[in-house]
Design a protein. Structure first.
Length: 476
């Protein structure tokens, strides 16, 4: 057991902090969430930002800096040196916000990737990048490269995944009107401006809807999902799936797996279920939330699995209460922006088939603030520059455990239905507790009672005793 314990510590000690870089969300002028508490703490009034907000935290979950489409600010809400004057369109906001990515091998330095929110009155369709050094000026930060063109004709949506080595990042864009995907590699040498180009899908006809879309990766990063409107966002909109080669940056096996309908898009922690919100705005319905089981990879099977999770009613007057962007929190729940509402929708158990996924339309109260349609766009896993790399494709699956560090207890998301029990091991490798899982149970609450401060490893085992997943938590 001691040797097993050493191996587990070596392989997972970095994992639990990787998602802490997504611990802070900022959105909609002056609202945000801090996921380092359970439940998350509402952040109010400390910012004055637009809707297309990018944000990143440190490995310990502390806010580092954030940006809207005009300016970049640090954790003290001060403008970075050279942090204003970002290239902002006067016309539209984006369906999917900008992304902040760490520069691998350069602690404290980042790239902000900013697709341009185009519409037919605006001929500019470029995606820009900005390089930020948060070590500059005593840690208050500076923008050292700004408004650099990465691609000259792209849709206003973006995603990013780790490469196959875990030492670099692929930045993935979609051409504005051609059936082309563009993958740019970010590594220790910087951001390549020469993309890997993959032809996939069909041409996008000229219309107001050309730049709109939502692009998300699977947990492994080896599959991508795209929801894309073509001539409108209700009847002529499709959900697509494709394979992504994390070694080469190539995209293949493009297929249509669902639709119609356009809105938010997110994948469950295990990757089994995909969720989409679709705009309706007819006489009685504002929007709908759908679940797909994408585990088969087969188009017909996936389409047949489409299940209605929730239908949001339309109130009298303007079409308010629309379900917008979906985003996975580090607590394992998927949150749903709701236009002009004082709450977020919450999918509490996204790895369970509907209705057991447990969606609450008024699931999280924002203490009187209101939301629009956007939530932050963040990576699922990040390179860790100090001692190793986190990767979602390690041999042993990882348990999601939040909060970490913890004080009174923590929530453990199993994400698999073959787990028989959870074993809690202390730093010497001694088993100090065993929790039995009911058939199909996907998450459990671990009570801290009687446990000393320190590091603990959680091992999920099947009925045959084989290790199904591992995780770690620090009690303090």
């Amino acid at each position: 057991m001691k040797h097993i314990m050493i191996g587990l510590l070596a392989s997972i000690s970095l994992f639990s902090t990787a998602q802490n870089q997504n611990a802070t969300w900022l959105f909609n002028i002056n609202t945000g969430l801090d996921f380092m508490t359970a439940p998350p703490t509402v952040l109010q009034g400390s910012t004055s930002i637009g809707r297309d907000v990018a944000v990143i935290s440190s490995e310990s979950g502390e806010l580092v800096f954030y940006s809207d489409d005009q300016r970049i600010r640090n954790a003290q809400h001060q403008m970075l040196v050279n942090g204003d004057g970002l290239y902002k369109s006067p016309f539209t906001s984006k369906p999917q916000s900008n992304m902040i990515l760490p520069w691998p091998g350069h602690p404290g330095q980042y790239y902000l990737i900013q697709p341009y929110p185009w519409n037919p009155n605006d001929t500019i369709t470029a995606t820009y990048f900005h390089r930020i050094d948060m070590n500059a000026f005593g840690g208050s930060g500076a923008v050292v490269e700004k408004n650099m063109v990465l691609a000259d004709s792209t849709g206003a949506y973006i995603t990013a995944v780790l490469d196959s080595a875990g030492t670099g990042i692929w930045v993935i864009l979609h051409h504005l009107n051609a059936p082309l995907f563009l993958a740019y590699h970010l590594d220790t040498d910087g951001l390549s401006i020469v993309p890997v180009v993959s032809e996939a899908g069909s041409a996008i006809p000229p219309s107001f809807y050309q730049p709109m879309g939502m692009l998300r990766p699977s947990p492994s990063g080896e599959r991508l999902y795209l929801v894309k409107p073509y001539s409108n966002w209700t009847s002529d909109c499709s959900l697509h799936q494709m394979d992504f080669n994390r070694s080469t940056g190539e995209i293949t096996a493009f297929k249509t797996i669902g639709g119609p309908g356009y809105g938010g898009l997110e994948i469950s922690p295990s990757g089994q279920f995909l969720y989409t919100s679709t705009y309706v705005c007819d006489a009685t319905v504002a929007s709908r939330l759908w679940q797909y089981d994408v585990s088969s990879g087969d188009s017909a099977t996936i389409q047949a699995s489409r299940t209605l999770v929730y239908e949001a009613p339309r109130p009298p007057g303007p079409c308010l209460g629309v379900q917008g962007n979906l985003a996975l929190g580090i607590d394992g729940r998927i949150y749903c922006a709701v236009s002009y509402a004082q709450h977020l929708g919450v999918i509490n158990a996204p790895d369970l088939p509907a209705p057991a996924c447990d969606y609450g339309h008024q699931g999280f109260y924002l203490d009187g603030d209101t939301t629009w349609l956007g939530l932050p766009n963040q990576m699922r896993a990040y390179p860790i520059t100090s001692t190793g790399i986190v990767s979602a494709t390690d041999d042993v699956p990882r348990l999601l455990i939040v909060p970490d560090p913890a004080k009174d207890g923590c929530r453990i998301v199993v994400g698999a239905d073959q787990v028989d029990r959870l074993e809690l091991l202390d730093a010497r490798g001694h088993r100090v507790r065993t929790l039995r899982c009911a058939p199909g149970q996907r998450e459990m609450q671990l009570d801290r009672e009687g446990l000393a401060n320190g590091l603990y490893v959680v091992v999920a085992r099947g009925a045959d005793g084989e290790v199904a997943a591992v995780g770690r938590v620090v009690f303090e």
